[in-house]
Each structure stands twice: as C-alpha cells, then as structure tokens.
Ligand binder design. Structure first.
Ligand SMILES: Nc1ncnc2c1ncn2[C@@H]1O[C@H](COP(=O)(O)OP(=O)(O)OP(=O)(O)O)[C@@H](O)[C@H]1O
Length: 611
C-alpha cells in the first residue's frame, strides 16, 4: 500500500501529462520516532487529570521505595550495632508501613493508568475511523483492505498495550533513577562515581541493540498487515477461490507470507531479547564493583557498614530501572511502530479540503454538461478522451459500450470519486464546475444504485433508511412499495425487522437491488446513477426491477449504465462509448438507423451474447 499519496492534489493527469491524479508518489518522510512520540503525547495529554494523579501516586510509591534502603542502613548503624532492640522493632514497623504504602500507591497508579491508556486509544481509534471515512476512493482503491484493517486494530492495540504497561514504567523508572542517584551522592560521592563508571558502557550497548531492533519491529508489523490483507481478500473472494480451485495455491501463498512474518518476528524478538541479559550482566558487574570498593572503605572505617548496605541497595535500585526499561524495550518498539503506522494512515490526505470545502449544493435542476473531458487513472493509460455531452433536467442518458470502455469512469467523475485535472475538460451541473462544489452536499443530491447492491448488517427498514436518515417508518414503507420491496418483505416472518448480513447473503441479488432502489427513492436525488445488474435475475424479478427503476427515474436526470440494451430503448440519449470516446450518440431508433457500432451491439445481444 502506498500511504504517502495525495489523491486529490498535485499537478498533471490526463493523457501525456505529468503524473495523473491519484498516482503514488515516492515516500518523502523518513520514519521519525521523536515525532511519533510527540504525537502520542498529544493524545495522552488530553487525559491530563488522570495522568497527573497517576504520576502523583508514582512519585509517592517510588519515594517510599527509596526510603526503605535508608531505613535499613539506619537499622544497622543505630540499632543493630548499638544492640537497641526496641529501637530496631520500631524501625521494622516503620519499614513495614513504608512497604505497605509503596504497594498501595503502585496499585492505585496501575488502576489509574489503565483508564488513561484506554481512554487515549479510544480517542485514537475514533479519529482513525473518522479519517478512514474521509479517505478518497483512489486511495481506498489502491490499498489492501486487510492492511488498513490491521492498522485500525492490531497497531492500535499495540499502542494501547505499550501505554498501559510501559508508560508508568518509564515514569517510575525515571523517578527511581534520579532519586537513587541523588541519595547515593548524599551517602558517598566516591562510591557513586564508581557506580557511574559503567553507565557509558550500558548506554552504548542499549543504543546498538535498539537501533537494530526497531527496523525489525517495523518489518514485523508490515508483514502482519500483508498477511491480514491476504486473509481478508481470500475470505471475501472465497466463492471464487473455491470455484477456481485455488485453495491449494492460496495456502501456499499464505505459507510464504506466514514464513515472512515469522522471520521478521524472530529477528525482532531475538535481538530485543538480548537487551535484558546484557543489562543484567552490567548491573551485576556494578554491584560487585561497589561491594568490593565499599567493603574495603568500611574495613578502613572511612564509612559505616550501614551506609554501605544502604548504598548497595540504592545501586540496585539505580540499575533496576535501566534493566526494566531494557525489558520493556520490545513493547515500546512495537508500540511506536504501531503508532507510526496508525499516524501514517491518519496523514493520508482526506478528500475534503478543510480550507476550501467548495460551494454547498442546495437544490439542483439536474442539467449536466461534460465538456471535452479527458481522464487517466494512470499516466500511461488514458481512459476517457474528449468526452462531451449535455443532459437536460429530467433526461435519461444511457451509457453503453463494451467492457472497459469507460462507462463507470464517467460516473466516477460525475460523483467526484475521481477529479479531472485542470486543462482536461470540465464537468458542470446547473452551470457550475463540479470541482468548485462541496463534495459532500453534491453527493447528497446524487442517487446511486450500483450493480453490486450493497446492504449493511442491519434490518431491512434501516437499510432503506440509509437513503435519508430522518425518514419516518411510513415514508420507508411508501418507498418500499414504489420499489416493489413491500411485496416480498411482507412475506418474511420478521418483515421490515429482518436482519440482513453485510453482503446481503440472506436475500436474492434481485431483492437486494430492489432495496437499494427503495433507498434511492427515499433519498429523492436530483440526479440518478443506475448501474444495471449484469447478472441475470428471474424474469419476474427483472420486471419488478425494471418497474422500480422507471418509477425512480421519473422527473430526475438519470444516467444508466446499460448492460441489457432493451432497457435503454426509451432513453432520451444513448451514448455509445468505445475506447474512452463517444463513438455514436442518439436515440435507439436513430442509432439503429445509422447501422453502426450500436446496431451491431444490439444485434449481438439479440443473438444471445452479452456485451
Ligand atoms: N481504479 C482504477 N485504477 C486504474 N485503472 C482503472 C480503475 N478503474 C478502471 N480502470 C481502467 O479504466 C478503464 C475503463 O474502466 P471502466 O470501469 O470505466 O469501464 P466500463 O466501461 O465501466 O467497463 P464495465 O462495463 O466492464 O464495467 C479500464 O481499462 C479499467 O482497467
């Protein structure tokens, strides 16, 4: 998937021009961890109150944890060496209270942090889903759906786990690190300097492992995205996979991707797994060094045994956060790699320009003009060449032509799923160039009934209501009656409350098409686009669909992509498209009289062949 694309921006397009719109451009931005962290922080900082309390409890808990070694040193110097039993008992009770307080604060901080991290990712998920709704069709067309899904689910989940587990660890580690260092300096400067000798070594080792691991974590996430994409494609195309008997090949391809994911994961996890043991070894070395130097100092009576015991405990506390952070490294890397992929998707340009949303469309009469429109999806492959036509309000325009001729492309431009470039013609509705119109309100005045009748996982009633969300139940039934939906819905045990699956699996294709027609009737659009179903439905359903479509077309400018030519006989204008050009135009009778391309198409179809 190319993410750094600017689907509706950038120069060029059209035959022979610079890169066409929607063309992928090379990646320009290097991956930037600091920027990603600062963006995560922007989300986190919205949970300010929760964060402040979490940090407060972290400070209290860690502070109490830092107090314990000091008390231990005092126990040795003041009570054990002085044989003061009651003092020792008092101190032990105090120590118990300190540990208890530490545990309570840790529990509270973990509890609060779970809330903060979950609220943060909830906002992230909401933003991402909102942005997915605004992504332009060219972008969606080019992306693997499974990869997009992987970003919206797995990658966000990684961010969530990292925030929940690593963030608080970072906070407590930082406090412990600074606190224990300060206390070590207060106890004995020379011993502290001995302790610090190993720091450059530790930082070098961790940096070298870190830089290698990050790349592998990104690879792992990308492989996971590819794998999800493949699973999604294979499942949604399962019928095709089975009829073409591609199961074996699909399993082979899957194994290959699965293997790639395994390799990337093994590399990432093996490398990051080195971190813990390396850091532990360094910690033990430091401990031995301090114990030796400290023991010698106590022996020479330059300092007390209690101070050395406190110091050794602090040096453990000091190296623990470095170890903890190293152990968290896996998780942090996976979280950052996940966030990077999420933000990358959020950065893909929306199809709605916030600075210039365009002129809102209130009412339309439906006069449509294509003026020398040329278009290419890819620079080297012109699809439409100087297409011109006029539709008066209420006209029925039929688009016919062989497969791949460019009929759907005409519709893609009219709906502004794709935009034509400056200098490659103009499309206007009611005299306005559509590029200056607000896309959202323009689409609100267009009704589209596609070949693949799409139904949502909802009841039949709600599926029709998608046409106009404020429609009453009575209006829905009225539209359903006009679209010949009512007659079959009545016979269903649950009537309008029958649940449909996302692909409408529990209704016939013809019935689904009728539901989408009812949806369009309810929406009452000024301009209608009908992509006739190619697949054959039974004759009765076909008559129903035909009637419903005629009802729908009344009084609206309609564009019909016609696959069965007998449905276009009554069109006001038939545009015959071949190779991206309008090769003939006129009414059915006129075109038959011309004895040209249309006449041949017509005769072929009557001979029983589809076009
Ligand atoms: N999203 C896209 N990206 C790149 N090329 C595309 C895209 N959509 C269509 N094309 C190409 O544009 C050409 C015209 O396609 P279009 O879908 O407009 O044809 P059509 O006349 O509607 O065909 P059909 O009757 O089969 O639906 C085809 O060569 C097709 O491969």
């Amino acid at each position: 998937m190319q993410l750094n694309v600017r689907p509706n921006a950038g120069p060029g397009g059209g035959p022979g021009g610079p890169p066409a719109r929607g063309m992928p451009v090379p990646k320009q931005r290097a991956r930037d961890t600091r920027r990603t962290i600062s963006r995560i922080w922007r989300y986190l900082s919205r949970q300010r109150a929760g964060l402040v309390f979490t940090i407060l409890f972290a400070i209290v808990g860690t502070g109490l944890g830092l107090l314990a070694p000091y008390l231990l040193g005092r126990a040795i110097d003041d009570y054990i060496l002085d044989h003061d039993k009651s003092g020792l008992l008092r101190l032990c009770v105090m120590l118990g209270a300190v540990y208890l307080g530490n545990a309570a604060a840790s529990w509270l901080q973990a509890h609060l942090m779970a809330g903060v991290s979950q609220k943060t990712v909830r906002v992230m998920r909401k933003d991402l889903f909102g942005h997915l709704q605004k992504l332009p069709i060219p972008f969606i067309d080019r992306s693997a759906k499974g990869d997009l899904m992987s970003r919206a689910t797995n990658d966000i989940e990684n961010v969530s786990t990292t925030l929940n587990q690593s963030l608080i660890q970072i906070v407590t580690s930082a406090i412990t690190l600074i606190g224990s260092l300060a206390l070590m300096f207060a106890l004995n400067v020379w011993l502290t300097l001995v302790c610090l000798i190993t720091i450059p070594l530790v930082s070098r080792a961790s940096k070298s492992i870190a830089s290698r691991t990050k790349k592998h974590f990104s690879d792992q996430q990308a492989s996971l995205g590819r794998l999800n994409g493949f699973i999604e494609e294979t499942l949604s195309g399962q019928k095709v996979v089975k009829t073409l008997r591609r199961e074996g090949r699909a399993i082979e391809d899957f194994s290959e991707m699965n293997g790639a994911l395994k390799s990337a994961s093994v590399k990432a996890q093996t490398l990051s797994g080195y971190m813990g043991p390396v850091m532990n070894t360094m910690g033990h070395l430091t401990f031995i060094l301090i114990a030796t130097v400290g023991g010698w100092m106590a022996y020479e009576e330059w300092t007390s045994v209690g101070v050395i015991v406190s110091f050794l405990n602090y040096s453990k506390l000091f190296s623990a956060p470095i170890n903890d952070l190293a152990n968290q490294y896996n998780l942090i890397q996976a979280g950052i790699a996940g966030a990077e992929r999420v933000f990358e998707l959020m950065d893909a340009e929306s199809e709605y320009s916030e600075s210039d949303p365009g002129k809102p469309v209130d009412t339309l009469t439906g006069a449509v003009v294509f003026d020398k429109v040329s278009f290419a999806y890819r620079q080297d492959k012109p699809v439409l060449r100087e297409v011109s036509f006029r539709a008066k309000p209420g006209d029925v325009i039929a688009l016919v032509g062989p497969t791949g001729a460019g009929k759907t492309t005409v519709i893609n431009l009219l709906t502004r799923f794709y935009d034509i470039e400056e200098g490659h013609g103009c499309i206007s509705i009611d005299g306005e160039d559509i590029r200056g119109l607000d896309k959202d309100s323009l689409r609100g005045r267009l009704g589209i009934v596609l070949q693949d009748a799409y139904t949502f996982s909802d009841t039949i009633r709600e599926n029709i209501r998608y046409g106009r969300l404020d429609a009453t139940d009575e209006e829905i039934v009225a539209a359903a009656k006009l679209a010949n939906v009512h007659s079959f819905v009545r016979k269903l045990p649950q009537g309008y409350d029958t649940m449909l699956t996302a692909d409408g699996g529990n209704l016939s294709q013809g019935q689904r098409q009728l539901i989408t027609i009812a949806r369009a009737i309810l929406a009452n659009p000024a301009i209608l686009i009908l992509d006739e179903a190619t697949s054959s439905v039974d004759t009765r359903t076909e008559v129903h669909i035909q009637q419903a479509m005629e009802t729908l077309m009344q009084g609206r400018t309609s564009f019909v992509i016609a696959h069965r030519l007998n449905t276009v006989r009554h069109a006001d204008q038939i545009l015959v498209i071949d190779g991206g050009r309008i090769v003939e135009r006129g009414t059915h009778e006129e075109l038959l009289a011309e004895r040209g391309f249309y006449e041949r198409l017509y005769r072929t179809q009557f001979a029983g062949e589809a076009i």
